[in-house]
Design a protein around this ligand. Structure first.
Ligand code: ISE
Length: 334
């Protein structure tokens, strides 16, 4: 069975998903794409022989489009997700689900009113082999209860439009989500430390930043979010337990010894580092919506990630530790 998909947003991630659905998936097919930048969107539509819409709202109404993939600018996610729910269509939305916790709450309420799960959030790390193995190892009890996590999220460099808030809400949001998933518990409080400025970062950009989180049971987490590593895209995570530690493996690239040196490649960006995770995420998402609905990261997960990100940004701006207040999980998401 093949599901007909429409992709909103033909930037880097949108184009990569169209390529993936076309070249890697056997259970999905892209029939339309949309982009506010018509020249770029039309080029992509021509390349893949699909319909083009300048307005994503028109793509959602296309009767041939059975499910929607939202990859547009972060501030347009919520309106496209809400329109997809209103049209009764399944939607995979790139992170963040919305620009604020309030926006995400509106989505959660609309999905619950629709009476069935229609949304999956693009937290693809849930499908990364390394993170899956890490979660299994934690759950096996081999290191006892987790006590601390040390993590880092390093981008080689940042685009000129990157802001200090995006470091948390667009990049650090992956750790906010995936560490909660690994530990299977919610956060209780958070804080952000700023660091001596990297001179390679744009003037005025707070870079790097350190997110500090404490979970309800008292696990302490530190995450370096660095937009100007200068050497590559590097994702690290170490879980320290009562009787051992577990580390997220590096992606498997060859290990070379030559010229009196031992080396292995570090990827330059997220699209290579998580290529396999994205493939699995899409394959499983399409498979699930052909059956009983999505099983991956839910609108509730997207909402909690935004509650946490909003609190961390406020905590950073006010230079203090703030409680992270999460409402009780509705039965719909249990
Ligand atoms: C980028 O926008 C992404 O979505 C990547 O997943 C993330 O790791 C990176 O930091 C962001 O800049």
């Amino acid at each position: 069975m093949v599901t007909k998909l429409g992709v909103i947003g033909c930037g880097a991630i949108g184009r990569d998903h169209i390529r993936r659905i076309t070249e890697v998936l056997t259970n999905g097919e892209v029939v339309a794409c949309a982009d506010i930048f018509a020249e770029n969107g039309k080029k992509v539509a021509e390349q893949y022989g699909i319909r083009f819409y300048q307005d994503g709202m028109d793509l959602i109404q296309d009767p041939e489009v059975e499910a929607v993939v939202v990859c547009s600018n972060d501030d347009s996610h919520a309106k496209f997700v809400l329109a997809s729910i209103a049209a009764g269509k399944q939607v995979l939305c790139e992170k963040p689900l919305g620009t604020s916790a309030e926006e995400c709450r509106t989505i959660v309420d609309a999905e619950m009113a629709a009476g069935k799960r229609l949304i999956q959030v693009g937290f693809m790390r849930h499908y990364d082999r390394g993170y899956v193995a890490l979660k299994k190892a934690i759950e096996s009890g081999a290191i006892g209860a987790p006590l601390m996590i040390h993590a880092c999220h390093r981008n080689m460099s940042h685009v000129p439009s990157h802001t200090s808030d995006m470091t948390i809400k667009n990049s650090g949001i992956h750790e906010i989500d995936v560490l909660r998933w690994l530990l299977d518990e919610d956060y209780a409080s958070g804080q952000v430390l700023t660091v001596k400025q990297n001179r390679n970062a744009a003037a005025g950009l707070l870079d790097p930043q350190i997110m500090l989180l404490e979970t309800k049971s008292g696990v302490r987490i530190d995450v370096e979010v660095n937009m100007s590593s200068g050497y590559g895209y590097d994702i690290q995570c170490e879980v320290v337990g009562e009787k051992g530690t577990i580390r997220l493996p590096d992606p498997s690239t060859i290990h070379m010894r030559a010229n009196c040196q031992s080396s292995y490649e570090i990827y330059s960006d997220w699209s290579q580092r998580f290529i396999e995770a994205y493939d699995t995420e899409f394959r499983e998402w399409v498979d699930s919506i052909q059956k009983d609905g999505p099983h991956g990261p839910s609108a509730w997960d997207g909402f909690l990630a935004c509650v946490t990100a909003d609190t961390l940004i406020k905590a950073r701006n006010e230079k203090r530790i703030l409680p992270i207040t999460v409402p009780e999980r509705p039965a719909f998401y249990k």
